[in-house]
Ligand binder design. Structure first.
Ligand code: FAD
Length: 384
């Protein structure tokens, strides 16, 4: 039995979010289904639909846009709970509703909101955010995908890389260069239909997150109507930056959630495993590892919650969201590594879920602005 995490500081409603979401995802996506989806590299359609059916796609959107008007802390609690069951399901939810969908809500026209958000909230419309390219990952402003204005339309040509869920997306919120010589001041965002002529999507083989496939996306002369541009032409960089705090917060909450699962799984295994006539938790080398995972999980969620509370207070916690992202994702991977070690050979086999949690945790320090980039930001903000 795992000593419960203290829910001090959560409202009654947030406790209910956690309880309801965990109950739902455990029911609709039992562990054997996750194993099958992971092995086949298939998107969790049923669980995604169940989250929508229960109204959870609307959590991050304002009531006037048809959503539930959830706070940043509500989001953190929700994402942590989903990721505690299955982190890739959190990734599926985040990709549509936050990484791509928030651009439409925050910077789209009333017509764009009316056209796309009802489908997102109902679970009919899936989105992906297409920013990274072969020559532009951390240095995102150096993207080369070009959108040229021709005969009253944009014509998009270029390549994106590692685009989560592009293979199941209906629309790609695509970051393009509309003025290639102007650096950050030449960037725009377009909503491109994934089935438009000239779009090719190829899922890649990856270590983890196998159900929310990272994809290559090719644009070969893709025509996009002008009214599919989100925000001003050449003015998208500022909007991308404005979304960063919420994105980092969600990545931190997802890391914290996965780590809770790691802890429960490792503890359960260790308590049932004997070596040299004793349960292995009697060896301090093992029990200290479990204590360390608990410490890591606790610090990860506290950093995420604090950043969320600051966002809800209307502050701009650039430093705190970067810290939360680094702490939670570093802890997630290091904790999963410890969890695997605690299980010995069993942890290394595909017969147990620890290997999946280990694999799924690995991308946390790379994606969403790598942890090196977060440390650059933190160093700059503290004047180092
Ligand atoms: C599974 C997965 C899913 C993803 N999903 C998406 C998605 O949905 N949409 C999207 O647009 N992108 C997505 N990405 C891309 C992701 O955002 C990039 O991988 C990430 O930004 C790093 O870019 P890169 O891989 O090109 O690495 P690079 O930028 O080439 O960096 C390589 C290494 O150098 C380090 N580095 C680079 N510059 C600096 C610096 N200035 N200081 C210190 N260290 C530095 C990096 O931290 C890293 O360790 C995804 C990636 C993965 C792996």
């Amino acid at each position: 039995m795992i000593a419960p995490f203290n829910d001090f500081g959560l409202t009654e409603q947030q406790k209910l979010i956690r309880e309801n979401v965990l109950g739902l995802v455990r029911r609709v996506l039992p562990d054997d289904k996750i194993r099958a989806l992971d092995a086949a590299g298939e998107f969790p359609f049923e669980a995604f639909a169940a989250l929508a059916e229960a109204g959870w796609m609307g959590l991050p959107y304002a009531a006037e846009h048809g959503g539930m008007g959830g706070s940043a802390k509500d989001l953190a609690v929700f994402v942590e709970a989903v990721a505690e069951h299955y982190s890739s399901l959190a990734s599926a939810w985040l990709t549509t509703t936050i990484y791509a969908g928030k651009h439409i809500e925050l910077f789209g026209t009333p017509e764009q909101r009316a056209r796309f958000l009802p489908g997102v909230i109902a679970g009919r419309t899936r989105l992906a955010l297409a920013l990274s390219e072969p020559e532009a990952g951390s240095d995102a402003a150096s993207i080369r995908t070009r959108a040229e204005l021709r005969d009253g339309r944009y014509v998009v040509t270029g390549q994106k890389l590692y685009i989560t869920c592009a293979h199941v997306a209906h629309h790609l919120v695509t970051v393009v260069k509309t003025d290639p010589g102007a650096g950050r001041r030449g960037i725009s965002i377009l909503i491109v239909d994934a089935d438009a002529k000239g779009v090719t999507v190829r899922p890649m083989e990856t270590l983890g997150r196998r159900t929310t496939r990272a994809c290559e996306v090719f644009f070969d002369g893709v025509e996009v109507a002008l009214d599919r541009r989100i925000g001003p032409e050449n003015g998208a960089w500022r909007n991308l930056v404005r979304c960063l705090n919420l994105e980092r917060l969600c990545l931190a909450a997802a890391g914290a959630g996965n780590l809770r699962h790691v802890l429960a799984y490792a503890l359960d295994y260790a308590q049932g495993r004997k070596a040299f006539g004793r349960t292995i938790t009697e060896y301090q080398a093992v029990s200290h590892k479990l204590a360390d995972i608990r410490i890591m999980a606790e610090t990860a969620r506290l950093c995420a919650y604090r950043a969320a509370e600051m966002l809800d207070a209307g502050l701009e916690p650039d430093l705190e969201t970067s810290i939360a992202k680094v702490v939670a994702t570093d802890n997630d991977f290091r904790g999963a590594d410890l969890g695997l070690q605690i299980m010995g050979g069993a942890g290394y086999t595909m017969a147990h879920d620890m290997q999946r949690m280990f694999r799924d945790s690995r991308v946390g320090t790379i994606g969403g602005g790598s942890n090196e980039i977060q440390r650059n930001i933190i160093a700059r903000l503290i004047g180092a």
